[in-house]
Design a protein around this ligand. Structure first.
Ligand code: CO
Ligand code: CO
Length: 365
């Protein structure tokens, strides 16, 4: 964490013709300042003008946190009794934000913050500028990669310990509960998302939630989980069999396994993101399951569980050394089941390295 990140933000925003960036609690504000705030009914807005030091509107009770910030802020605190209006008014007036072009997080800022800015920076133009912060965060430095390696190690230890306990007769929900315990026990500070444990026909939907259905012999169980360490996420999926699966599902497993390898092999510096998707998809299509691979091949990973770059047809962005993302092809057969194998990779100067190393061959429990 260093103050240089703010300078890079100011540079990027300036190049986009913006006068200021306004950020709400979340990954971007954390990346720039090292500070975590709640996105709650008490608004917090960090204001980063391109040509002067940053300011922040925040509840007074949060103000002591600023001593730990990686950059110097002019604070505009407010109390619960007075509310945030005056603080927004003073911050916007001091930073001369009237008529300014202000970059905001289109995916995150709420109407509440929009209304305060529009009211106290009259004539301002709020411009979605998610690509400005994405440009800073997509390439990870060594410190960030170290945290991501630790986050993947935690998830792999948890998976290993879970598979030692997983038996027919347990419900999906019960297994998901065990997995959460194992993720924390292995050193996870938290989870970027609730673990997915779905078995048999329930696994035919990529994002279904764990149910009370007991896991049965012959089921394939899709287990998708992650841990956070130092704010950075891992995201890994393995599909295991409770005894031997039906012939067709075993065949699907082999296809997805090959697609995962093809996707990882295609990744490298200078390669367009969509080429990774194309490589994985080609394997599945050639095996006749193309219509059952119903999502993109992957997503960027870092402070957020889903972030750029997206590994999807149409994304021509060249991958660069230090970018981190998932490769997670899957095949979902309605009424029968599903298979997904997900790894986290980092682009290196020579190609791509998998941060996840858990065995990819079908494990039968
Ligand atoms: Co996942
Ligand atoms: Co994922």
């Amino acid at each position: 964490m260093d103050g240089q990140r703010v300078e890079r933000l100011q540079e990027e925003a300036g190049q986009k013709g913006l006068d200021c960036m306004a950020l709400v609690p979340g990954a971007n504000l954390f990346y720039l300042t090292g500070l975590s705030f709640h996105l709650s009914e008490r608004p917090v807005v960090g204001l980063f003008p391109v040509d002067r030091p940053p300011a922040i509107v925040l509840p007074g009770l949060e103000a002591p946190k600023l001593e730990q910030a990686a950059c110097e802020f002019t604070p505009y605190p407010y109390s619960d009794e007075e509310g945030p209006a005056l603080a927004f008014h003073q911050a916007c007036a001091t930073l001369e934000l009237a008529e300014a072009r202000i970059g905001v997080e289109g995916l995150r800022m709420r109407l509440m913050e929009v209304r305060y800015l529009e009211r106290y920076a009259p004539g301002c133009q709020l411009v979605p500028a998610d690509e400005v912060t994405a440009a800073l965060r997509m390439v990870k430095d060594e410190g960030e990669l170290d945290l991501m390696r630790r986050a993947t190690a935690v998830a792999e230890v948890a998976l290993h310990n879970l598979f030692d306990q997983l038996r027919a007769g347990m419900t999906e929900r019960e297994v998901a509960g065990l997995l959460m315990v194992e993720l924390l026990r292995a050193g996870g500070e938290g989870m970027p998302f609730q673990p997915i444990v779905v078995a048999g026909p329930n696994a035919a939907s990529p994002h279904s939630t764990p149910s009370d259905r007991p896991i049965r012999p012959g089921d394939l169980v899709v287990v998708d989980c992650g841990a956070t360490v130092g704010g950075y996420a891992s995201d890994i999926t393995r599909t295991v069999g409770i005894g031997s699966p039906p012939e067709e599902m075993a065949q699907v497993y082999a296809v997805v396994h090959e697609a995962n390898a093809a996707g990882r092999a295609a990744a490298g510096p200078g390669v367009a993101a969509q080429e990774v998707d194309r490589a994985a998809r080609a394997v599945i299509a050639a095996a006749g399951y193309g219509e059952f691979f119903i999502h993109r091949t992957g997503h960027g990973l870092g402070l957020e569980g889903h972030e750029p770059p997206y590994i999807v047809a149409g994304n021509e962005m060249p991958l660069r050394s230090g970018m981190t993302f998932t490769v997670e092809p899957g095949v979902y057969l309605p009424g029968k089941g599903g298979v997904r194998i997900e790894d986290d990779v980092v682009i290196t100067p020579q190609g791509a390295e998998s941060l996840t190393n858990f065995p990819r061959e079908l494990i039968l429990l």
